[in-house]
Ligand binder design. Structure first.
Ligand code: CP3
Length: 343
């Protein structure tokens, strides 16, 4: 059976514009909270294929979105490269021993050694594929090397990225070395996700906006393009979505072998359409906080639909859904997107 979501990624005409939400499996759903508390911790949940499969399917049942996204986290990659990872309540992810010198970098597992340790992710994908209905797509994902490396070097989420930036300007070769190692793992990781059955992959570059344009191109976009080219040469039938968050002023330099450009909420859809709409399908981009209000949601969805009325579009939020959004409002968003885009 053809999947409307995959068709839309390739710019084919579809009966309506498909919709999903970044972070759609998560804390705003009471059924997620239940499985999460059974698991004991967030990482336990990521490591348990049965439970991860269950929470992947929850938003599909609740909201009837057109795609499921694999339940996992971007940080399982550095974790399996050998970095101890903890999710500290109120603080988010923490790596006890960040990578700041050659010795620490060389101690990391790389390539196939690291990629094969993520077996629980591939097992989760196989379980999901057995249960997901044929008309829905399964999205696999990774963090972009740059976004992963910000956590690996800073040791936790950062507002300033000072340690990373200092390395970029004082030891650029070191920075490229760590990015190259992470890129190798990411390529194999996504390839194994595809072999396990994902229909689409998305590369999250959540912290793109930390870098000035020329450094963004050199230290992040270059590696995203390398990953996309590698996958396209082997798996041309698998659409690739890229989501670099917060770089509206860099769109004139965006190119590469991917299919869908994820537009974040800070980038006007019309601007993205102007620079990229002919070459790529656009995904996005409602400001997630609009989900607190049905009126604000209505205003934005109709405006996006108007801008994208010729199609080549996938509805989504412009970043992840927040934990305290009423489920009913998420349902309203999904239904409205389908309704306003009926052809
Ligand atoms: O989209 C989905 O539904 C699939 C699951 C998914 C999670 N994380 C689950 C999660 C995906 C795609 C991610 C990606 C991710 N993880 C990103 C990129 C996307 C983005 O939002 O920018 C980043 C930067 C991370 C790193 C990460 N993981 C942080 C900073 C945090 C803590 C912040 C927070 O929201 O609490 C996490 C934890 C996390 N990842 C949770 C979930 C559901 C919450 C954990 C919990 O249940 O306690």
């Amino acid at each position: 059976m053809s999947k409307i979501f995959v068709d839309a990624c390739f710019g084919k005409e579809t009966p309506y514009t498909p919709v999903w939400m970044m972070r759609q499996a998560g804390r705003y759903l009471p059924e997620y909270q239940e499985v999460r508390s059974e698991a004991g911790s967030f990482l336990n949940l990521c490591h348990d294929p049965q439970k991860a499969c269950e929470v992947t399917l929850q938003p599909v049942r609740r909201l009837d979105v057109d795609a499921a996204i694999l339940f996992s986290d971007i940080l399982v990659i550095p974790n399996e490269m050998g970095m101890q990872l903890d999710f500290v309540e109120g603080e988010g992810p923490v790596f006890e021993k960040p990578i700041r010198n050659q010795e620490a970098l060389e101690a990391l597992r790389t390539g196939e050694d690291a990629a094969k340790r993520l077996h629980y992710v591939y097992e989760t994908i196989e379980l999901i594929k057995k249960e997901l209905s044929d008309d829905k797509a399964l999205i696999g994902f990774t963090g972009a090397p740059w976004t992963l490396v910000t956590y690996m070097i800073e040791g936790q989420g950062s507002k300033t990225y000072t340690i990373c930036k200092k390395l970029i300007y004082t030891e650029p070769e070191f920075m490229h070395e760590i990015l190259s190692k992470v890129t190798e793992v990411v390529k194999l990781y996504l390839e194994k996700q595809i072999q396990a059955g994902v229909d689409v992959v998305q590369i999250f570059d959540s912290w793109a906006a930390a870098l000035e344009k020329s450094k963004y191109m050199e230290f992040s976009w270059f590696y995203i393009k390398e990953i996309a080219s590698y996958l396209k040469s082997k798996y041309p039938h698998i659409p690739i979505i890229v989501f670099p968050k917060g770089i509206p002023a860099y769109l004139d330099e965006i190119d590469g072998e991917f299919d869908v450009f994820g537009v974040d909420w800070s980038t006007p859809m019309a601007l993205a359409k102007h620079y990229l709409g002919d070459r790529y399908v656009l995904q996005g981009n409602m400001e997630p906080c609009r989900l607190y209000s049905k009126e604000a949601t209505y205003e934005c969805v109709t405006s996006i639909a108007n801008t994208m009325r010729k199609g080549r579009h996938i509805f989504n939020l412009g970043h992840g859904i927040l934990p305290d959004v009423p489920v009913e409002n998420a349902q309203y968003f999904v239904n409205l997107c389908k309704e306003v885009s009926q052809r």
